[in-house]
Structure formats: structure tokens, C-alpha cells
Design a protein around this ligand. Sequence first.
Ligand code: IVH
Length: 651
Amino acid sequence: MNEEIKRLRELLDKANTAYHTDDSPIMEDDEYDALARKLRELGEADDTVLQRVGAPAAFSPVAHDTPLLSLQDVFSEEELYGFCDRVESAVGEVTYCVEPKIDGLSVALRYREGTLTLAVTRGDGVTGEDVTHNAMVVGDIPKTIPDAPAVLTVRGEVYMSRKTFEALNQQRDSDGQTPFANPRNAAAGSFRQLDSAVAAGRGLSFLAFNIQAMEGRAFPDTHAETLELLKSWGFQANSYRLAVNRDAVIAEIRRIGEERRTFPYDTDGAVVKVDALTLRETLGATARAPRWAAAYKYPPERRETVVRDIRIQVGRTGVLTPRAEFDPVLLSGSTVQYATLHNREMIEKKDIRIGDTVRVQKAGEIIPEVVSVVKEKRPPDAVPFVFPNACPVCGSPVTVTEGEVAARCVAEDCPAQIVRRLIHFSSRDAMDIEGMGKETCEQLKNLPALDGLYRLTLDDLLSLDGFAQKSAENLLAAIEGSKSRGLARLLFGLGIRHVGQKAAATLARTFGSIEALVKASQDELTAASDIGPVIAESLRRYLDTDRAKALIAALSDAGVDMTAEIRKDTGGSLTFVVTGTLETMSRAEAEGRITEKGWKASGSVSKKTDYLVAGEKAGSKLDKAVALGVKVITEQEFIKMLQEHAVYAPA
Ligand code: IVH
């Protein structure tokens, strides 16, 4: 296959997965577009990678019985010493257990009476997705465990071995399908599917590395014993070595560093854990990660390449972002050709010039970045890069706000900004207009403002590239459907600086309508919980512009819903206590759903409690709630609240 086509497919596939599956984009939209355009120009317009299939339609959210914490990262031996210092100053000298860090996806497996009943992805650590159907088809995952404790939750990593990955990609290549960028993406793409037939055919593996919860048996004393116990139950457990002190830890880290490329699976580091489980409790955890473990990340691979161009891209808010384009170079498993240079300041600080040889690496092993310039290799005629004073798209002047580094195009009708605003407005988390891809947005760059969307006719859509009768009708229906998304999504979709999804949801449920927001003073805005002065000022400034006033009036005329249900209670945040036995979910699950909504779940009833969810056999907490006058609700009422909340404040 043509090398260039292959490379483009690889990059786009990676970007698709990062965007749709992992919810963490690795490149700017413009960058994606440019790559897609190039692939099309090379005659590959029908490539599946350009179809941008979304994330699977629906997995059920499940609350973890024990949160799936992350790990604190250390990037040097010095930082690793720092971790050991913190541990040892708290609990004295300890033995550590050192293991490879497998690059796959974290999964919790729940067993009841020795039978696998539930498999949940990590998600945000509190709530994940139910992937039991896929766990059932992974050979390494025991479906039954003889002599198992009554309740058991095992955590480990689902991964794809390098060998399986290579065979899969070869197969995909010869089938004309887009190859996966790396084993991690292949594992995630296979395991997070609604149809278990996909995972079944992909040869996924599983390595266990922790017991999260257990009832009916005492925990072993050490982590090493845990791994042995897991093996005795039929799991493949992670390989490990004990290190009696920090120097032994360093020696082990270095050994893994030298040998890891020969392991059957990809590793993105090594994990160092305090071996004694009782000390784990003493050391505790932050909200994100335990204090008894650290992930040592090996320094990324670096390569040299030559900068051929520095191009400026214009974003949604008009920010000009420079991007280096260099000779393609193979870096940590994939070919890279671009890296963002962020802003003018960075170019100046690193003194990056067209023609320079630069060292590039992948930050977090994913996003390419220019580390430094190899000054000795600079061509004599290389001149400092001159950052433009005018927008490269519309030619309007560029300004830099006091105290900021970003340069902005001042024109509100800059086509680049209009396209980016449309893309954002239509996106899944905003107005969710299905079928409104980037391609279409690009062709609509002459729409004077967002409300123009709602005046598009079938004929308008039919005149765009890539539309036939059916697809045009579908898009028109999707645009119509987007009118009822409600205030929270609309506010987010307007793309007001600093107003992210969470702030938009809070503002919507605190103020209830766009009119109320327009009337609110900056102080009134800041009075809403979690709305700080930066958000309030930005929103106030936006709402006061003529452009915003006209846009809001036009959207309202078009019939766009600009209301939300108000929650007067605690400015959007509610405190729940769950007690007794619930019928449809465990207490932990109920608490997970509460926090998922941005509410608080508390263990004890006080005057600050808004609702007590009372299940079967509720006892003293119910009495206390009644005594304090706290509202008591049933499980059904609680479920209804969860559902209703989702209507006007998307999580
Ligand atoms: S221990 C509470 N051990 O790394 C500590 N994690 O960056 C739980 N991972 O989400 C993590 N190999 O999925 C641990 N040997 C290993 C691991 C490992 C891979 C993953 C895990 C976690 C991520 C954190």
C-alpha cells in the first residue's frame, strides 16, 4: 500500500479512537481535517477511517464497589526517590513490589460465589461501563473460580499481545480495513463494543494485578501473596519482583526498562507498590491515586527531523495556533509529521525556524512535540519565524490580550472561526446534531451566524457535497431535533470562553432560562455554586455583545428551547444519604450515580442533607432524617430524579 495513504489512515484512526472511544482528542480539529482532506485527495474518499463512526450507542453505567484509582506518575529516578521518601517518612523502611505497567485498559471483574457476574471498565474510576458480555469471551478471564470467596472483585488489564496485534493488522490491511495504531487502541476498540462477537475474534488477554474487594476470606498480608492467590484461582497475574529497599527498586526499574521491548505486550512504565497490604491502609490515598504506589514512566523515545514549514491554524475563539510540519519520522510506534507549537512565545523561546533540525518526542507517548532545536545543524540561511500580525484566513488584524500569550483574529465573521463554532455547536456534547460532520460545517462557512443553521432548507443541503435526498432529510430532521436540547447544551454549544460543559449545566439549572441569565449581574452569576469570577465575567461580557443579543433572539425565533428546570435548593448541588437495601442497585452503585450527576453522597444524615434515599430495612438514619425534617424518598423516586436530571443537565 502507498506509504503516505497508510500513514494518513493510521493517524486518522488514532485520532478517531482518541476522540470517540477515549474521549480525549489528540489533535486539533483543523489538523484532523487537513489529514482527512489529504487522504481524500489521494483518491481514498471512501476509506472507512473517514466515516467517523461514533462511540458505541449505549453501555450501562455501573458504579464500582471500590473506586478504581489511578496512579501517581514519576518521570525520573529522582522523582522515584521522592516517592520512596514520602512512603518511608510515613511508615519507615518497607519492601516494595515492582511490576511492568501493562498498556491496555483497566477492568474490574466481580465474582459472586465463584461465578463471574459483572465486568466494568474503569470509566472515571467511580462509575464505569458494563462490559460483562465482552469479558465472557476473553480466554484469560476465569468465568468460574472453585473455592472462591463469596464476593470478589479483581482488577486487571485487558490487553492485546504484540503478536496478536501484528496478525490483526496484517489481516485488516489485506482486507482493506484501517489498521489499528497500536495494541492499546486495538484492545480498547475491541473490548468497548456492544457486540461481543468483535472481542471474541480478537484474541484479547487479561493480566490481574489487584483484589479490589473480597468478602468471606481474609486478604493476604502482601501484594506478592495477592498475585500468587490470583494465580491459584486461575488468573494470569502480572510478573513481579520484590525490592528490599529503594536501590533495589531502581535496579529493578532499570532491568524492566532494558527488557520491556522483549515482553509479549506493550508497557508504558513500571509500577512500584508497597508490598505490605496493612501499610496501604496507613498510607491511604488522595482522591485520585493511592499513596502506596507510583508509576515510573520511561523517558520517551526521541528522534531528529527537519522542520519544513510552520503553519498557522485559526480556532473557534480566533486563537492562532502555529504548527510545525516536519519530515515524517517513526516515533514510539507510529509515523509523525506535525506537532503543535502552541503559541508565538513557544516558537521564540525554543527559537524554532523553518529548516531547523529538531528533536521530537511524544508527550505521554501520544502527542508529538518539539523538544528542542539542534542548533549545530541549523542551515546558515535559516531566519527567525515571523509570527503573522494578520489572520492567515481572513486577513483581519491579530491581537494579544494583556497577560495572555494567545494571539487572536479579531474578526467575528472569520470563516475559520465560523466553521469551528459550527462544529462545536453541532457536537455530541452540545446540540448533538447527527450527520453534521466537519465536511458539512466547512461548506457552511458562509453562514452569517449559528442561527442560520435553523433556516437551512432541504435544497440548501442537497446542494452541498456528499448529500443525497435521504441524508439531507436526515440532517434536516437532526437540526430540527436539536432545538429541544435545552439551555445547558445550548450554553455550552455557544462556545463562550471559559463556559465548559459543567459550568453550562450549573448555570442552566440555577437560572432556568436565557432571559434570567441575560438579566443576571456578574455578582448574581458568581453566586451560583462553582461559578467563579472568570466564568461570570466572560459570560457577562459575551451576553452584552450585540452579536450575542442578536444570535439569542434569532435562535429563540427559530424555536430553540432556552430553558431548563431550576433547582433552587443548593444552587445545583444536592446532598444525598442512601440507607437500607435497595432493590435495583447496590448502595455503592447508588452513590456512584449521585456523584456522577455532580451531587454529593454522604454517609451520615445532618441538617445539610437534602434527601435520604430509604431502601428496605432502613434504620437509625431514617429515624434521624425524620427527626431533622430531611426529605425521605423511595428508590423509585430516586431513580426518577436521576432520570429527570439527565434531561436538563447532561453529565
Ligand atoms: S495498580 C490503585 N498495576 O495503569 C492502583 N496498574 O496509570 C491500581 N496498570 O488504570 C493500579 N499495569 O489500569 C497497577 N501492574 C499494574 C498495572 C496498572 C497497568 C494501569 C491501570 C491503571 C493505570 C494507571
